[in-house]
Structure formats: structure tokens, C-alpha cells
Design a protein around this ligand. Structure first.
Ligand code: PMP
Length: 372
């Protein structure tokens, strides 16, 4: 099997799996129980919080665990909603941000202009700031095309206009892969998800800068365990997430994955005609490479690759049949927009796998174009 769909989800690391099994088997008490067995579970939570905090350079008590980035994004966006409040965001957000904005009351939601690669227009941001803007929510590394926004510049612009405007970062495709130092980025809220960095599915978190905690409203009510997300903590999954994050950082694979991304671009260049790269050539996450092939239906191509045990995404797995929102915002030429495939890499992928993929890709594209 050649798995090139790591932006949809990654395979859990063995170490993370072992951490979860250990907690499930041996430290399974409710972390809120007052007895000493419960304390062991809450110690695992504390340790997990410390690991995540040391990586994003926050205080441990600024980390709140959720059931994933979707919940974290919902909490951030619902917290700052209000009939007099304006939010600024981009047109290329993940659906969990986009749909949250459509489901919580805001006076207005402003979508920033962007260029062909999704980079938001900073002059537009300066123009759109006003006294009613309460939240700026931006995706860090884009899940469909890999574009990395200049968050520090965005924060500087926003905070110099009004330091009370909160900045929320959807760092789901960034954490573990590129620096997510919250002080350096100057963000107030940051969402993340374990299954994107080889942790378990259904667990993630939200960083909340201590000074703004009073502004945060829970989406789930009814338990006292956490301020932002109630319910019994899934400490085995949380412990596995922290273990995976540490492992992902220790793997130090950015340059290796960037080599893979560059190699894939070269292979495509040398073997395939009439395509466009949607991923920029600067300020991109090397873990993602989005390509639009002319005169191709991406689903047909995806299934031809699948027949050869090669797994990729058309656009993004989270927007099945509905990915035009992003491609439209990028103004992708119609000729290429039906044939967008997202290849997404992990440290386990090899150049040999990419060679095999491009061989099958070439044969499949030739065949599709021949019968058209
Ligand atoms: N934001 C981005 C950028 C994502 O890629 C994803 C997952 N596809 C999410 C949010 C949602 O994450 P989760 O699966 O943890 O709810």
C-alpha cells in the first residue's frame, strides 16, 4: 500500500498506541476521582498538558483538551459571537471554521481577499479592521493546498489596531510539523488535533491564553472537568496524543518531507503534461502537494490509483463533493478545477513510493485523456 493521504489522517505511532494501552489497562480510573488511583490518571493528564505546553511554549494550564479540532474551532468561534460582533476570516478555512461562522450569531463575517495560492491580502486586513471586530480566525497551514500564512504579520497588524481583538489559529495541519510557538505567533487561541500527527482520532485541544479565559464559553455543558469542554476526560487518548506529538517533533522530518515534496514536483514535471500546482513554491507545508490535472475528473483518477493500492484525496476528505468553495476562492481555471488531487506525505513515505505513484498516475491520466 502507498498511503499519500496523511492530511486526512495519519497512522498512529506505535509509541502512542502503547501509551494509550498502558493508560487503558493500568491507569484507567476517572481522572476526577478523589482516590489515589484517580490521581494517577490526573497525573497522566498533567504530564500530557506539560508536553503539549512545552512544544507550543505556553503554560500547561492554558491547554484544554477537546474531541478534536472541530470542537476546538467551534468553541473559539462561538465564544466570540454576538449580535454586535464582527469576525474576520479567510475564504479558504476548513469547513469546521467556515460552518461554525454560519451557525453562531455574528453581525458580520468578513472574508479577506486572497491571491491564487490562498495568501490573505494584508492591506485588505488593515482596511477591514473596525471597532466591532472581535475575532480574527485564520488557518495556519491550509489542509487542501498547504499554504502557510504569515501569522505573525497578521497578529502585528491586528494587535496594533486593537489589542483586544482575539486571534484564533486553526493549527491542525501545522502542529508537530512547523513551529507553533504561541508567543512568537502572538495568538490568543489555537486549535489542534491528534490524528494529524500520528495520535489517536477523536482527541485534540485548544490553547487559550490565560488572560482571555473569561471570554471563552463551553460548547458542551454539564461536567466540571474542564472549563471549555466538559465531560469525563479521555485521558488514555490525551496521553497518547501528547506521546505522539513528542514523537513527531523528535522525528525531525521536515527536511526529509520537503525533499519528498520537491521530488514529487520534479517527477510530475518530467512525466505529466498540462497540470498546475495549487501548492505555492514558497511558504508551503511540505506535507501537502495539490495538483490540478487538465481534462481529468479527480474521482476517476483517485479510483484508478486506488485500484493500484495508492491512496490520495481529491481536494480534501472533509469536503467530499463540496470542495469548490476553496477552489473557487483560489480562482482555479475551470480546465484544472475538476482534476485536483491532494497528495499528502508523512515521514514514513519514500521516494520509491513516489516513483511508483507517478508511474501509475501517468498511465491513468493518459488513459483518461485518450478516451475523452
Ligand atoms: N482544521 C483543519 C485544517 C483540518 O485539516 C481538520 C481535519 N481535516 C480539522 C480542522 C478538523 O479536525 P478534527 O478531525 O480533529 O475534527
Amino acid at each position: 500500500m502507498i498511503y499519500l493521504d496523511n492530511a486526512a489522517t495519519t497512522k498512529i505511532y506505535k509509541k502512542a498506541q502503547d501509551a494509550r494501552t498502558y493508560a487503558e489497562d493500568e491507569v484507567f480510573a476517572n481522572s476526577s476521582s478523589l482516590h489515589s488511583f484517580g490521581l494517577k490518571s490526573s497525573n497522566l493528564l498533567r504530564e500530557s498538558r506539560e508536553i503539549v505546553a512545552s512544544i507550543i511554549r505556553s503554560n500547561p494550564d492554558e491547554i484544554y483538551f477537546t474531541k478534536g479540532a472541530t470542537e476546538a474551532n467551534n468553541i473559539a468561534i462561538s465564544s466570540m459571537s454576538g449580535e454586535n460582533n464582527i469576525a474576520i476570516t479567510s475564504s479558504i478555512e476548513h469547513s469546521s471554521v467556515y460552518d461554525s461562522f454560519n451557525n453562531y450569531p455574528y453581525k458580520d463575517i468578513i472574508y479577506l481577499k486572497n491571491d491564487r495560492y490562498g495568501f490573505v491580502d494584508l492591506d485588505d486586513l488593515k482596511e477591514k479592521l473596525s471597532k466591532d471586530v472581535k475575532l480574527v480566525s485564520i488557518i495556519y497551514a491550509n489542509n487542501e493546498i498547504g499554504t502557510i500564512q504569515d501569522i505573525r504579520k497578521i497578529s502585528d497588524i491586528v494587535k496594533s489596531f486593537d489589542k483586544n481583538i482575539l486571534i484564533h489559529l486553526d493549527a491542525t495541519q501545522a502542529l508537530g510539523k512547523i513551529s507553533c510557538d504561541v508567543g512568537e505567533l502572538k495568538v490568543d487561541l489555537m486549535s489542534f488535533s491528534a490524528h494529524k500527527f500520528h495520535g489517536p482520532k477523536g482527541v485534540g485541544g485548544l490553547y487559550v491564553r490565560k488572560e482571555i479565559l473569561s471570554k471563552i464559553k463551553a460548547v458542551l455543558h454539564g461536567g466540571h472537568q474542564q472549563v471549555v469542554s466538559s465531560g469525563t476526560d479521555n485521558h488514555p487518548a490525551i496521553y497518547a496524543m501528547a506521546t505522539a506529538l513528542k514523537e513527531q517533533i523528535d522525528a525531525d522530518e521536515f527536511n526529509y518531507v520537503n525533499d519528498l515534496n520537491q521530488y514529487m514536483r520534479t517527477l510530475i514535471d518530467n512525466n505529466i503534461s498540462d497540470y498546475i500546482f495549487n501548492t505555492p513554491s514558497e511558504s508551503y507545508s511540505p506535507y501537502i502537494l495539490s495538483i490540478g490535472f487538465a481534462n481529468i475528473k479527480s474521482e476517476v483518477l483517485l479510483h484508478m490509483l486506488e485500484d493500484n493500492d495508492i491512496y490520495v484525496s481529491s481536494g480534501s476528505a472533509c469536503s467530499k463533493g463540496n470542495n469548490n468553495r476553496i477552489l473557487e476562492a483560489l480562482d482555479v481555471d475551470d480546465k484544472y478545477s475538476d482534476g485536483v488531487i491532494r497528495f499528502s506525505f508523512a515521514g514514513e513515505n519514500t521516494k520509491e513510493e513516489l516513483e511508483e505513484t507517478v508511474k501509475v498516475l501517468k498511465e491513468s491520466i493518459d488513459e483518461i485523456r485518450r478516451v475523452m
